[in-house]
Design a protein around this ligand. Structure first.
Ligand code: COA
Length: 459
């Protein structure tokens, strides 16, 4: 077993933990109290309006990645094409106003998790309580540590991440309860426990991968009195308080982006078969590892470095414009630009840009990213293919990590994956609380679609 530190730090800022009894309701008590009403609401909503037509589907959508078809339920967030993400109705700036913040003014992923699951704003005490709960669940079983130690160093960090989360299935309380034949009404409870256990263990898994692949393999200990972002940072080997704040912001804004994206949808889909949260999240992580999805943050950095080498210090708009055209003309995408839903600059990009402006406005790579932001939308618009010429979240995240010395780009999607768990697990718990069905859309062969299209066009 990996050990966690028993030494308490001196309580300090708003996110330091005090060893005392908590009086406010816990997250589980808060959500548990909502469950009967939630399940009832969904039941009666379906009963009253179940036959109402809410969308129509074109052939183009069937072949086009089911883009835009309204057919999923996702409580935590809704994505507006123009405005971007709202977490339980709150924009990112509103989240920063309402959720308890760190001393450096950044939101904590624990607070966001509470908001996503319950729709309620937790108090500082409740966030501290949740931080302590997650830290207390952090130990890794020996076989997971040993598995990670045995993996080849050149196996991509995301593959290692997925293997470790899958191996944690041995700990699943849900799987054991299911095998015992537990009543359906209790599924959410075991899913909740697994989800918190899993979240608690992710910092050690991610850091172990990082330290094994890129450093000396040595790992620090979890501090039971520190919040999630602080523990993740120190386990990775970063002590700078601004970096810790970056981690808190990063983990908060990468968490949830409604349900249809590959990682969220996959987690939900696999979970709908009543696979445990471990197996469901591992499946989602495998999707996040794709270059058109989460791995775009790695691609952006690699592309930026090639650009830097190619232009030899000339960051003029005309040189960058030429490099953008060269990328497009060689049949590649501009990584970090475009989006399946968004049609404006991603507010997660803006939040990261503002962080850079506050902390290191003169950093060379930040200036380069800013110039690309001035030039790329025009080039992509002229190119005329993408429906959205604006930057997405992945366009900025790597540069922030580079500044603080986390330079290994192939690790970046692992951090995205840790954050994504904060968004997809609340929905998995909710799915079990309201008894969502196993997912099973209808597919046709092209031949069958030809017959259907002929029939529809005759009408
Ligand atoms: C995110 C992404 C996968 C969305 O795909 P999508 O919903 O199919 O996007 P669109 O409908 O705008 O695509 C229409 C065309 O524009 C192209 N396009 C989209 N974004 C592009 C980009 N950044 N650079 C060049 N071409 C792009 C698509 O490849 C597609 O070309 P095709 O017709 O030859 O297949 C796409 O924008 C992309 O590949 N972006 C770069 C990777 C990235 O940043 N991913 C992270 C997303 S958060």
């Amino acid at each position: 077993m990996l050990h966690v530190s028993k030494v308490a730090r001196v309580p300090g800022g708003p996110v330091r933990l005090l060893s005392r009894f908590y009086s406010a309701p816990t997250l589980k008590e808060t959500f548990g109290a909502q469950v009967p009403r939630l399940a009832d609401e969904v039941r009666s909503f379906k009963k009253e309006h179940g036959k109402t037509v809410i969308d129509h589907v074109t052939l183009e959508q069937a072949y086009g990645g089911m883009r835009g078809i309204k057919s999923m339920v996702w409580e935590g967030s809704v994505l507006d094409p123009e405005e971007g993400i709202r977490f339980r109705g709150l924009t990112i700036p509103e989240v920063k106003k309402k959720l308890p913040l760190s001393a450096g003014g950044e939101p904590l992923p624990e607070g966001l998790f509470w908001l996503l699951l319950t729709g309620e704003i937790p108090s500082e005490e409740q966030v501290r309580q949740l931080s302590a709960d997650l830290a207390a669940r952090s130990e890794l079983p020996e076989h997971v540590s040993a598995t990670l130690d045995q993996l080849p160093r050149d196996l991509h960090p995301m593959a290692q991440f997925s293997i470790a989360v899958t191996a944690l299935e041995s700990e699943s309380k849900f799987a054991k309860a299911y095998a015992r034949g537990v009543n359906k009404s209790e599924y959410w409870d075991y899913t909740f426990e697994d989800s918190l256990d899993l979240l608690g263990k992710l910092p050690l898994i991610a850091s172990k991968i990082y330290r094994n692949v890129f450093k000396d393999g040595k790992l620090g200990k979890v501090d039971l009195t520190a919040d999630y972002g602080a523990n993740l940072s120190s386990l990775l080997g970063f002590a700078n308080e601004d970096f810790v704040d970056l981690m808190r912001l990063y983990l908060t804004i990468h968490s949830d982006h409604e349900g249809g994206n590959v990682s969220a949808h996959t987690t939900h889909l696999v979970g709908s078969a009543l696979s445990s949260p471990y197996l469901s999240l591992a499946a989602g992580l495998n999707g996040l590892a794709g270059p058109l999805h989460g791995r775009a943050n790695q691609e952006v950095l690699e592309w930026l470095f090639k650009l830097r080498d190619a232009v030899g210090g000339d960051y003029s708009r005309s040189t960058i414009e030429k490099y953008l055209w060269d990328t497009l003309n060689s049949g590649r995408v501009i990584p970090g630009y475009g989006h399946a839903v968004l049609r404006k600059t991603d507010p997660r990009y803006t939040a990261q840009r503002e962080f850079a402006q506050r902390h290191f406005p003169d950093y060379e790579l930040f200036k380069l990213v800013s110039t690309i932001y001035e030039v790329a939308p025009g080039v992509l618009t002229k190119h005329g293919k993408t429906k959205n010429p604006w930057p997405n979240v992945d366009s900025h995240s790597g540069v922030l990590l580079q500044y603080y010395g986390l330079t290994e780009a192939s690790f970046y999607t692992v951090l995205f994956g840790v954050s994504r768990a904060f968004g997809v697990l609340p929905q998995l718990i909710t799915d079990r609380a309201v008894g969502m069905s196993i997912e099973r859309p209808k597919s046709f062969s092209t031949e069958k679609y030809r017959q259907l299209v002929a029939l529809c066009e005759k009408r």
